[in-house]
Design a protein around this ligand. Sequence first.
Ligand code: LLP
Length: 458
Amino acid sequence: MSVDHNAIEKTDAVLHEGEDSVFYVRDGALYIEGVRASDLAKKYGTPLYVYSNRMIRERFAEIRRDFLDRYSRNDGLGDDRAGAYAAYAAKAFLTPVMCRIVAEEGFLLDVVSGGEFFTAIQAGFPADRIKYHGNNKTIQELEEAIGAGVGRIVIDGLDELFIIEEIAERAGRIQPVLFRITPEVSAGAHDHITTGRRDSKFGVPMDEDVLYPLVGRAVESPHIHFLGLHFHVGSQLFDPAPYIEATGKALGVIDEINRRFAYSVPELCIGGGFGIRYTRAEERQPYAAFTGPVVALVNSYCEERGLIPPDIGIEPGRSIVGDAGVTLYTVGSIKQIPDGPKYVSIDGGMSDNIRPALYGAVYEAMLADKAAAKAADKETVTICGKLCESGDRIIDGASLAKAERGDILCVFSTGAYGYSMASNYNKIPKAAACLVDGEEARLIVRRQTYEEMIAPEI
Ligand code: LLP
C-alpha cells in the first residue's frame, strides 16, 4: 500500500494519527489504509465494522518480535517447552476470516464456548492449537472438544478435572490441561472486566485444601497431561504491576507443586488484558512492557530455586483487533433540546456496541467526510443510537463538525467486543464487517437480513 504522507492533513480528529497510521485524512476525508471511509459506507451500507488488515498483522508481528522470538527456546510454539507462546482470545472478535489470519500468523486460538470452538473448526483451525476456556463448560462442549483433539483445556470448575478424565479415558486420549487460578489481584478498567479477585466466579482458589489435591490428581492421572497454571487478572490494563504480582503468586504455587509432587510445571499463562487507546487519554503500552518484567521475574525466581522456568503464555484479544477496527454509521435525526443536549442519532447503537451502556466505555468519533473541520466549527453533541433505551448513547460530549442527515460518522477503536457482543435488540439486524487491505476492501461478515434474524423463531 502506498500512502503519500505529504498529502495527509494534520487534524486533531483522527484518534490514531501518527506518521504511519492506517487512519489518516486526505482531501478532508478520513481514510483507512488506502480506502476512503465513506466509500466503504456507500459500498457495504451502515452500520459497518471496518478492520485494517495491516494493523492486525502489525500487532501479531509485534508479539512475535518482542515476545515469541525473544523468549523462544526452539521453533515450536507451545509444545516441548517453546519458551513462549501466544493465543488470540477469540471472544474479542471471531469470524472464519479472523480464524484464518490467526492460523497464518502461527498463533494458538483461545475459545470459551462450543460456538467459538465450532467457528474455529469450521474455518479449518487445527484443534490441537486451540485452548479451551470457560467457567462452566458443559459436558457436551467438553466431549466435542476432547473428541476433536483440543490442544489445551483450562480447568476452571472444581469438578471439571474429573469430568475431563472420564471423557479422555473414553476417547482414549491424554488430555493436556492447565488450571486457572484466582490470583487474588484486583485490576481492570471496570468492575465487570475485573476477573482475578478472590471472590471472582473465575478460577480455582489457591487454598491449600482446594488447589493442591486437584493438581496432585492431575499429575497422577493417566488420562491427563498437567501443563500448568493460568491466570487472567483483568482487561484494558496499562500497568504491568498486577501481572507481576499475580506471576509472583503463581510462581509460589509452581515451587510448591515442584516440592510436593516432584513435578516441573511446564507452562504459566498470564492471560490477556493489554490495554488499547479508546481516547486520547489512553496510551497503549507495547507488549514488551508487560511480558519483559514477567519473564525476568520468572527467570530470576526459577534460577534462585533451581527450577526449570515454565513457558510463558499470553492471550491477547482486544489489543490485536480493538484499535484496528472502527464502526461507520449514517447520521439520521438531529435534535437540539432547548437548553439541553444536541442529539446526533446514528443508524446503530447499543445493538452493535454495548460497551458504553454496559461499562460506561468512552469513545472518540469524527464525521468521515468533514475531517478537516476546524476546532472553532465544532460543536459538542451527544451521539445516540436508535434503540429504545435512554442509555443507548455511544458518546456523551463528543466534539464533532456540524452534523447533517446522511453524514458518515466514524467511531474509533470498536474492533474488540463490538461485533462479538452485538445483539438483535429491537430486531435490529447484525451489522456487516469488512477488512481493508491496502487499496482493497472485502466483506468478511455479510449484513444480517430480516429473514435470517427471525429464521429460528417458530
Ligand atoms: N484470556 C482470558 C481468560 C480472558 O478472560 C480474556 C478476557 C482474555 C484472555 C482477553 O482479554 P483482552 O486481551 O481482550 O482484554 N467484554 C469486555 C471484555 C471482557 C474480557 C473477558 N475476558 C469489554 O468489552 O471490555
